[in-house]
Design a protein around this ligand. Structure first.
Ligand code: HOZ
Length: 428
């Protein structure tokens, strides 16, 4: 079967041929690849073509594909039970590990996706404060929760539907949207409306409009003004959790949000999300409290075994320093190659995640992101794909590396990037 054949079949039975819109190559054109297997830094598609993977399942595969300890844990669990719908020791161990790693979390509840985590955290924040309005930032993406699909990033930005249909106006009107990284706008807003705001939710490093790190003082101002107004601060660390260190971005900047949402890496490639915070706030959850939240597969033993094994490997050895150096070198090489060719490119890099913008930079806001050259990204994406490098099929997503991306592998990606950039000039 070719990718073409599979896409044609998929289109007849799956809307758009995909089970999540950003996979559809809508922003870059062409046929999505259908994958069959993966190992370390590599993927193989249905036609047997090998790619160096820089999507890494949109973040979770920080150890690379099929890490032996993770596969062993999953196999071992598969031989015992796939699902109980009842508590397990695995969940307790995982909760202890996550809470110990993130000082803002005294308690955590596991769910099955980042979307469920943000949805539940928002409900909890509303119940705790007795207020309705949630503030988010344009270009940040918090899953496909109704109230969060307003000026959203990721697939919504990719497809140009940041304000999706199917959401009652009454729900959308409970969301306030402010510009990311604009401390003055936030301060002015809180001055006027702070006492009505249940929660402010933010990706501490925006990773769904490409990668846009926070400006100095932005997150500290959020923390200060939320505290002053009795508003809960929610860090959506679905992408950044366990990405830069054994903990969240919050550990690096020493800011404690009231609630944290996690996903991706904590599942190690299987569906796990989580949200957590202080005992006081989390105790409002059912069964002890009045805020209902549930899930048949929450804390599922297969998913938990996979996530736990991933976290244990991350905790046991310091892979973060190596990842940081490798990505620094990778990003620098990319920037140097573009500069050498006179192509305006900005690479926003933080730890092992990066965003490539065809823009002279700096890229610090959603407006900057939207001013980058999408056509150039599209051409670059296809040149890279032809050379066996699998980047996100959208300029509004992050590029990742894993611990399995050794120097020689990254050198292949860099060399492909040099050739691809040079081709952009030939095509002009
Ligand atoms: N949440 C991922 C983006 N950062 C995209 C996954 C998807 O939408 O399929």
């Amino acid at each position: 079967m070719t990718n073409d054949d599979l896409f044609r079949r998929a289109l007849t039975v799956i809307p758009g041929g995909v089970n999540s819109p950003v996979r559809a190559f809508g922003k870059v054109g062409g046929i999505p690849r259908f994958f069959e297997r993966a190992q370390g830094p590599y993927l193989w598609d249905a036609e047997g073509t090998r790619y160096i993977d820089h999507i890494l399942s949109w973040g979770p595969m920080i150890l690379g594909h099929c890490h032996p300890a993770v596969v062993a844990a999953v196999r071992n669990q598969a031989g015992k039970a796939l699902s109980f719908g009842a508590p397990t020791e695995l969940e307790v161990r995982m909760a202890e590990l996550v809470c110990a790693a993130m000082p803002s979390m005294e308690m955590v509840r596991f769910v099955s996706s980042g979307t469920e985590a943000t949805m539940s955290a928002i409900r909890l924040a509303r119940a705790f404060t007795g207020r309705d309005v949630i503030v988010k930032f344009a270009g940040c993406y918090h899953g496909h929760v109704d109230s969060m699909l307003v000026k959203a990033g990721s697939g919504a930005l990719t497809l140009g539907i940041p304000d999706t249909q199917g959401i009652p106006g009454a729900i959308a009107s409970t969301t306030g949207v402010l510009p990311y990284n604009d401390t003055d706008a936030f301060s002015a807003f809180m001055e006027m409306h702070g006492e009505r705001i249940a929660a402010v939710i933010v990706e501490p490093v925006a990773g769904n409009m490409g990668v846009v790190p926070p400006r100095e003082g932005f997150l500290a101002t959020l923390r200060m003004l939320c505290s002053e107004n009795g508003t809960l601060l929610i860090f959506d660390e679905v992408i950044t959790g366990f990405r830069f260190c054994f903990g969240g971005y919050q550990n690096l900047i020493d800011i404690r949000p009231d609630l944290t949402c996690l996903g991706k890496i904590i599942g190690g490639g299987l569906p796990v999300g989580a949200f957590g915070g202080s005992r006081e706030v989390m105790s409002l959850l059912a069964p002890g409290g009045p805020v209902y939240q549930a899930g048949t597969l929450s804390g599922n033993p297969m998913a938990t075994a996979c996530g736990l094994a991933t976290l244990e490997v991350l905790k046991a050895g310091d892979i973060y320093t190596g990842l940081d150096h490798a990505m620094e070198k990778f990003s620098r090489s990319l920037t140097e190659a573009a500069t050498h060719l006179g192509i305006p490119v900005t690479v926003n890099r933080i730890g092992s995640m990066a965003g490539i913008f065809f823009h002279e930079g700096p890229v610090e806001t959603l407006d900057d992101v939207m001013n980058a050259d999408v056509k150039q990204y599209r051409k670059f994406f296809h040149e890279m794909l032809d050379l066996g490098i699998y980047l996100a099929p959208s300029p509004f997503e992050a590029l990742f590396i894993s611990a399995a991306h050794e120097d020689a592998v990254l050198e292949q990606s860099v060399s492909a990037a040099r050739r691809s950039l040079a081709r952009l000039l030939q095509e002009e």
